[in-house]
Ligand binder design. Structure first.
Ligand code: 26V
Length: 847
């Protein structure tokens, strides 16, 4: 408890806590304590906890200013934070005191925690990864700040219509005021768009005119676990520089006057949901241009404000800009912030008068780029005419970087090694590597720009990083050497994803390891001390009982939110992630139908041998992703039929839980016996929920893909269920589909039967699912027909293994015990040491 003693600057005995909460009720909320509801109690408790964070935040920032260490910045368009109160209480070590204090006031801490809305400023894994990294940055005491956008609306809320269609509703998460942010109305920057650019010399230029918008900072405090260190997440809000254009206003043109103000506000109004670019363009050609321009403005607005802020902070030290790389490292989370590269060039060339070589050398030592996907359709490209219109000076710089003669190594680059000199006459290579893709229109390839503008490039799991090196950035590895292209396997914070979401398991682990929980939660490899207890029957009993209670907690949630009764004496089988063809939820639901048809074909006696299973799905589909939405509809309608069938309902239940979120994941993950991570090999860069399930003692059913491979390496292949073709086979199988197709009834009769039943209308109107089924019958790009039989065989192995409950529990314990590698502390320290060259800067806890 030593670490807690010096943690806080505010009195933390229970009476002081109740006093502080009541104080906030009366002063901050201007309400009466005697007729307070749960929401008011949540807000007051949050403000009271915030007082502690503020003290720590201030001390941390002061300490950084005094010590002046090199700092790292994590630029991410998405931070999927979830709820804050419970996490803050646990990180501060104040959960028990607040539980008591809140109880004294006549409330329950669980009810109050439940009043908080998720901060859902992200789409999925990429955004949640950023949130885990912030938690780990503070917990390991690194000087690491996040920069993002303060969206007015987070990811859409998902509703499911009675027919099974996904409907989207806005997520006005800021409607109740947000106690976790501090508006910094004095920290503002002007950001320019449009206008015109002129060249003043070979490398220098000037950009004038256009429209200026104001960026306003909002700070979110990020407490570390068991430390005073509290880092900052700075989110930018856009607002018009002048509220009204007075000229138009006076001329009676009210609409034009508010139009410019509307367009400034629009920049940070919504989080973008990835769309299938091609599909969208075909369907709504003109609307997509407006959307695209806004997204580009969003990216530039955020990178420009963040860079201006970083440079202002650096300049306060009075050091020359050539020392920037000694004090600043900037991690680019995917290509979304890549405009920071030409923007820093613009600042250094046009505003700071550096020459090209000096500027380029600074830039390429400051930035680091993480790639999160190798799927070609997901790689960002921006039309040249659009960049020219919105950011004319940046387009010039991008052309200069690519080199007048498409020589990739930039104009005047110190090495003077250009692609042309290294590979003379290889014109194909030049075209492949160019930052500009030829076409109508020409497009800027953001991954190429990010790669050549960065000090290091990494993928997010071993296999994925290999694929980055051998596919999308192969030419760059050949040109620049492989040492720049490395791997940092993703991680998750064990604070939220074990201690917070599964408190009973956390307590059992603490008791069993005989360690202060701070110790193992900060060095997760300590979990392997659990291994010796796998043979301890009493321990296994406790372990299994906790899983059972977590299943009941989930069943309760489904009962209260959906009014459905879930049986808890069955295996819980979970697949929760964004809906995408490559993630193959379709394979899962077709497997469920196969199981249903098999059960239907059995006698009641035969059925009794079946392993009862409850299958859960959750996840959102991009609003324009027709096939993904159709998959949701199929799941919902199969569920409707199966759950009502008296022949099978004791053996198979199916649920699609709407509106997947961080908070829902916190209930689902601890309750899972088995979870599915079944992407086509080579398509899932890493996956991070796979780590969360395994950390909570859920076993993994998956393909040999992403981080699944490294999980299996750690926990042992005998504790995971693998199936399906491997990455090297994929290309050839796709070729076979195209040029030597085999009729489905021959290739995979079991799957053929399933598709026939769906087509015939067993679950819904006949023909509804034809577009979905045709993706399988036609070219089956994601290889369902190749993997279906081995998938069904793997499911059977799972059933067989689950029949032996003691052995299953042993597997579960072994899995948790070997998950130490996947702490995001390990990942963030790897970035800190091998990329950023930054060190922990602890805030002294001595008084
Ligand atoms: C985006 C899109 C948008 C257009 C349609 C197709 C498509 C496919 C994939 C993506 C993902 C973009 C980047 C991303 O979110 N990657 C995820 O990053 C996680 C954190 O590293 C990782 O665990 C996931 O495997 C990876 O998909």
């Amino acid at each position: 408890e030593v670490w807690q003693a010096g943690l806080r600057g505010v009195d933390q005995d229970v009476p002081s806590i109740t006093k502080s909460i009541v104080n906030h009720v009366q002063t901050s909320l201007a309400r009466q304590a005697y007729n307070l509801d749960d929401l008011g109690a949540y807000q007051a408790a949050a403000l009271s906890v915030r007082d502690n964070l503020l003290v720590n935040w201030n001390e941390t920032q002061l300490n950084y200013t005094r010590k002046n260490p090199k700092r790292a910045y994590y630029l991410s368009l998405e931070f999927l934070m979830g709820r804050t109160l419970d996490n803050a209480l646990l990180n501060l070590g104040l959960k028990e005191q607040y539980r008591d204090g809140i109880k004294k006031l006549g409330f329950s801490v669980e009810d109050i925690l439940d009043k908080e809305r998720d901060a859902a400023l992200g789409n999925g894994g990429l955004g949640r990864l950023a949130a885990c990294y912030l938690d780990s940055g503070s917990s390991t005491e690194l000087p690491l700040w996040g920069y993002g956008l303060r969206y007015k609306y987070g990811i859409f809320q998902q509703l499911i219509s009675p027919e099974g269609n996904q409907l989207e509703a806005p997520d006005p998460w800021l409607d109740n005021q947000n106690p976790w942010e501090l508006p910094r109305l004095d920290v503002t920057y002007e950001v320019r768009f449009y206008g015109h650019a002129e060249r003043l010399s070979d490398s220098r230029g000037v950009w004038q005119g256009g429209q200026e918008v104001l960026a306003v900072a909002y700070d979110v405090m990020i407490p570390g676990y068991g430390t005073k260190n509290t880092n900052n997440l700075r989110l930018w809000e856009s607002k018009p520089k002048r509220g009204f254009d007075l000229n138009s206003f006076n001329a009676g043109n009210y609409e034009a006057a508010v139009a410019s103000s509307n367009s400034a506000d629009a920049i940070t109004s919504l989080l973008y949901v990835p769309v299938l670019h091609l599909l969208i363009e075909i369907l709504i050609p003109s609307s997509s241009i407006v959307g695209k321009e806004l997204r580009l403005k969003q990216q530039y607005f955020w990178t420009a404000a963040s860079l201006a802020d970083i440079i202002r902070r650096f300049k306060q030290q009075g050091k020359p800009l050539k020392e920037l790389p000694d004090f600043v490292a900037i991690q680019l989370n995917d290509t979304h912030p890549t405009l920071a590269i030409p923007e820093l060039m613009r600042i250094l060339l046009d505003e700071e008068d550096l020459n090209w070589e000096q500027a380029w050398s600074i830039v390429t030592n400051v930035f680091f780029y993480t790639n999160h996907t190798v799927l070609p359709e997901a790689l960002e490209k921006w039309p040249v005419p659009l960049i020219e219109h919105v950011l004319p000076r940046h387009l010039q710089i991008i052309y200069d970087i690519t080199g007048i003669n498409k020589a990739v190594a930039p104009l005047g680059s110190s090495s003077k090694v250009t692609v042309e000199r290294k590979f003379p006459g290889d014109r194909d290579r030049l075209a492949r590597m160019s930052l500009i893709e030829e076409g109508q229109p020409k497009q800027v390839r953001m991954a190429h720009l990010a790669a050549i503008g960065s000090r290091k490039v990494n993928g997010v799991a071993e296999l994925h990083s290999d694929l980055v090196r051998t596919t999308i950035l192969k030419d760059f590895v050949e040109f620049e050497g492989s040492s720049k292209y490395s791997n940092v396997t993703n991680g998750i914070t064990p604070r939220r994803w074990l201690d917070q979401c599964n408190p009973e398991l956390s307590d059992l682990i603490t008791k069993t390891l005989k360690l202060d929980k701070v110790v193992w939660l900060k060095d997760l490899t300590k979990l392997d001390g659990l291994l010796e207890f796998t043979e301890d029957a009493a321990f296994r009993k406790e372990w299994a009982a906790i899983k059972q209670r977590n299943k009941e907690r989930l069943a309760n949630y489904v009962q209260t939110t959906l009014g459905l009764t879930v049986r808890t004496d069955a295996m819980f089988d979970v697949q929760i992630k964004r809906l995408h063809e490559y993630k193959r939820q379709t394979l899962n639901i077709l497997g469920v139908i196969h199981r249903y048809l098999t059960l239907k074909g059995q006698t009641p006696e035969e059925r009794k041998k079946a392993n009862p299973r409850v299958v859960f799905f959750a996840g959102k589909a991009a609003p324009a992703y027709y096939i993904a939405k159709l998959t949701i509809r199929l799941i919902v309608n199969v569920a409707r039929v199966i759950n009502a069938d008296p022949d099978t309902k004791d053996y198979l239940q199916l649920y699609f839980l709407p509106d997947y979120s961080v908070s829902l994941a916190e209930v689902l993950i601890p309750a899972s016996d088995i979870s599915q991570h079944i992407s086509t090999a080579g398509t899932e860069a890493s996956g991070t929920s796979n780590m969360k399930f395994c950390l909570n003692g859920g076993l993994l059913l998956g393909t040999v893909d992403g981080a699944n491979i490294e999980i299996a390496e750690e926990v042992g292949e005998s504790n995971v269920f693998f199936f399906g073709h491997l990455t090297p086979a994929v290309e050839d199988l796709r070729y076979q589909h195209l040029y030597h197709p085999v009729p489905l009834e021959e290739k995979c009769p079991a799957l053929h039967r399933v598709l026939e039943q769906v087509s015939a209308g067993l679950f819904d109107d006949a023909d509804i699912y034809e577009p979905l089924l045709n993706t399988i019958r036609q070219n089956d790009y994601y290889l369902l027909t190749d993997d279906f039989d081995s998938y069904i065989a793997a499911l059977a192995m799972v059933d067989e293994a689950y029949a032996d409950k003691e052995e299953w529990t042993k597997k579960s314990i072994r899995t948790t015990a070997k998950m130490g590698k996947f702490s995001s502390d390990r990942a963030i320290l790897d970035y800190a040491e091998s990329f950023w060259n930054i060190e922990p800067i602890p805030v002294s806890t001595k008084k």
